[in-house]
Design a protein around this ligand. Structure first.
Ligand SMILES: NC(=O)c1ccc[n+]([C@@H]2O[C@H](COP(=O)([O-])OP(=O)(O)OC[C@H]3O[C@@H](n4cnc5c(N)ncnc54)[C@H](OP(=O)(O)O)[C@@H]3O)[C@@H](O)[C@H]2O)c1
Length: 289
């Protein structure tokens, strides 16, 4: 089968994306990506093929699976150092990431319907309403130009950067629980709009119900960008379908969070994709079939 046939028939479901769409025009940066392992979808390329992965190949490699009208797919995206740190010494993930990781971060946003983020990460990392870079905008055909951001908070406080309007960006939803209290919920409704606050759960956000509520709004391709506590909770309730992880080729020592925090939860995952780029390993792991 030729790559063109694959693209037309099977890939990037419900996204009108074909070869020739000039996905990234001249903005694609050459990260010298080398495919180490893949399970399917990538056409005639074989594992260990050291030829450059182009932007279309990368979009195929990270495509969401086909989903029926009721289904959701929850993918998380993280970066970690070789010694397991999720942040550098400054307490931010930006100090450990790499060029290829930043590109995949942007691609995953373009592929998603909704970016799910814990309020802690939104505060520390200064989250703003999500936007999709021009170079990946062809992946948004038939959908809003930018994904929604859904912030998860027990306290119901809207992180400052997300309450601010931003031209040409996605909308914001607050996913909170009754423990936040009527006053905080009213404040969130005032900041984001009445229909933009979803109350799911009593003492903490019921992540199963929250993901279902997103799907009812057509937000089925979920991209969780962390942080570790939200990731730990998603894992513990069994609502994580996929982990996209970049392993940055550095050691940082010290005391740092890992990509999960909170209660113990053991989940076995299978590698579906491994890419090497300038020393970083980027991959996808999913639950066994
Ligand atoms: N390496 C990476 O890829 C990566 C990715 C993301 C973040 N990080 C780093 O991780 C650090 C933040 O860690 P964190 O664990 O505090 O992040 P987090 O999980 O985003 O934030 C925790 C906060 O999010 C809310 N929350 C999370 N899960 C919830 C649930 N199930 N129900 C209700 N509320 C929930 C609560 O907000 P309220 O306090 O508002 O109630 C909670 O205090 C930062 O240093 C950031 O840079 C690294």
């Amino acid at each position: 089968m030729t790559p063109g046939t694959l693209l037309d028939s099977k890939v990037l479901h419900r996204i009108d994306f074909r070869r020739g769409d000039n996905l990234v025009e001249n903005q694609w940066k050459d990260f010298d990506m080398r495919l180490l392992l893949h399970d399917d979808n990538l056409g005639p390329r074989s594992p260990g093929d050291s030829a450059e992965m182009d932007s279309e190949m990368l979009a195929l490699a990270y495509a969401y699976p086909p989903l029926s009208a009721e289904q959701s797919w929850v993918r998380a995206n993280f970066i970690s150092t070789l010694d397991g740190a999720a942040t550098g010494d400054d307490g931010h993930s930006g100090s450990i990431n790499t060029g290829a990781d930043r590109e995949v971060f942007q691609l995953l946003r373009a592929l998603s319907d909704v970016v799910l983020v814990g309020a802690g990460t939104a505060r520390v990392e200064g989250y703003k309403r999500a936007t999709v870079k021009n170079r990946w905008s062809a992946l948004r055909k038939g959908r809003p130009a930018h994904p929604t951001t859904a912030v998860v908070s027990r306290s119901g406080g809207v992180p400052a950067g997300l309450s601010k309007a931003r031209q040409d960006s996605g909308e914001v939803l607050m996913l909170t629980c009754h423990r936040a209290g009527a006053e905080a919920i009213d404040l969130a409704r005032g900041a984001l709009g009445r229909g933009h606050v979803i109350v799911a759960g009593e003492d903490t956000v019921d992540l199963m119900a929250a993901v279902d509520a997103l799907a009812m709004r057509g937000l089925q391709r979920v991209l969780c960008e962390g942080g570790p506590h939200l990731m730990g909770d998603l894992t513990a309730v069994g609502r994580l379908d996929e982990l996209c992880l970049t392993i940055a080729p550095i050691l940082v020592g010290g005391q740092h969070p890992r990509i999960t925090a909170g209660a113990s939860a053991a989940v076995g995952l299978v590698p579906r994709l491994l890419i090497e780029s300038q020393g970083s390993i980027l991959g996808r792991w999913t639950a066994p079939d």
